[in-house]
Write a protein that binds this ligand. Structure first.
Ligand code: ZN
Ligand code: ZN
Length: 184
């Protein structure tokens, strides 16, 4: 029985005239404190949700990622079309995915099998997995909602990072798409 139900039963008992004894008061306090404790525990088991560009693929990942990593390897650069990927690794059992995925497999330098999964409709990269880390998959952070609490903890294949994948001091920033077009 959940502590919320226990507390409700005590309140129901009181309202039907059982009398407000010291014993009942103590029991209610205990039940409420207990229910508050389980509430904060359930907040800690956070779910991360995400979706692809077209919305066909969605996912839920339960709990906190094992690690959040940025990778500059050649495969990640070609996969993303930019200088790196950023991914959050979870236990595979903690992740459920809906929607049609297509997969691409290749062998890593170390001979492990790497699988990359994409939305079959819009091509958004959704996750990667590697036989070196069985039972785990890495969700792409750009497809994830509500990532304000996550930080990149490690950068790998730094030796393969293109120089343009770190911004210089002269870069101009716009809050949104600027009103700019090429002159000819
Ligand atoms: Zn899609
Ligand atoms: Zn990589």
């Amino acid at each position: 029985m959940g502590s919320f139900q226990i507390a409700t039963q005590f309140f129901n008992g009181l309202s039907s005239g059982s009398g407000r004894t010291a014993e009942a008061r103590a029991a209610i306090t205990f039940a409420l404190v207990n229910s508050r404790t389980s509430y904060s525990v359930s907040l800690m088991t956070k779910n991360y949700t995400g979706k692809c560009l077209c919305g066909e693929v969605t996912y839920i990942a339960e709990g906190q990622p094992d690690i959040v990593a940025q990778c500059h390897c050649e495969e990640c650069r070609r996969l993303s079309g930019t200088g790196h990927t950023v991914g959050a690794m979870f236990n595979s059992d903690a992740v459920s995915i809906t929607g049609k995925l297509s997969e691409f497999n290749y062998l890593s330098d170390r001979g492990s099998k790497v699988t990359k999964a994409f939305c079959a409709t819009c091509g958004s990269p959704i996750y990667g997995k590697n036989t070196r880390t069985p039972g785990h998959l890495t969700l792409t952070l750009g497809t994830m909602n509500g990532t304000s609490e996550l930080e990149i903890e490690v950068v790998i294949f730094e030796r393969d990072r293109p120089h343009w994948d770190r911004l210089g001091e002269d870069v101009v920033f716009f809050e949104t798409q600027p009103d700019w077009k090429p002159e000819n």
